[in-house]
Design a binder for this molecule. Structure first.
Ligand code: ZN
Length: 117
């Protein structure tokens, strides 16, 4: 099984959205409380280290571009894109000096388990 493939990451990304969107109300969108739970449970390090995610209410309003008080999948995908970009930036900030293209741990800290090195 390709546990750490990009393909699998995309599936995890979709499944994670639904794991929380299914909790209550509209099953295809995250309300404010579901979003808060998702961030706290799935991305505690990101919240701590990110300039973008610290203020959950502010983030929620920013992501909810159609202002229906729910973050739908499309709006959620925008957040993930932002997190990926910010993580890459951070990885470079913390990259050990040396030749070539190297990466530090990024926003989430060292990755443990199968997908880590
Ligand atoms: Zn890079």
């Amino acid at each position: 099984m390709e546990a750490c493939s990009l393909k699998n990451s995309l599936k995890i990304f979709v499944d994670t959205f639904h794991k929380y969107s299914n909790i209550s109300g509209n099953k295809d969108a995250l309300n404010r409380r579901e979003m808060k739970t998702l961030l706290n449970k799935e991305m505690p390090h990101f919240i701590k280290n990110s300039k973008d995610l610290k203020n959950v209410s502010h983030l929620f309003e920013e992501l909810d571009t159609n202002q229906d008080a729910d973050v739908d999948f499309k709006e959620f995908a925008v957040m993930i894109a932002r997190v990926v970009m910010e993580t890459h930036e951070k990885m470079h900030e913390n990259a050990p000096p040396g030749q070539g293209h190297s990466h530090g741990p990024g926003l989430e800290g060292p990755v443990k388990g199968k997908c880590g090195q």
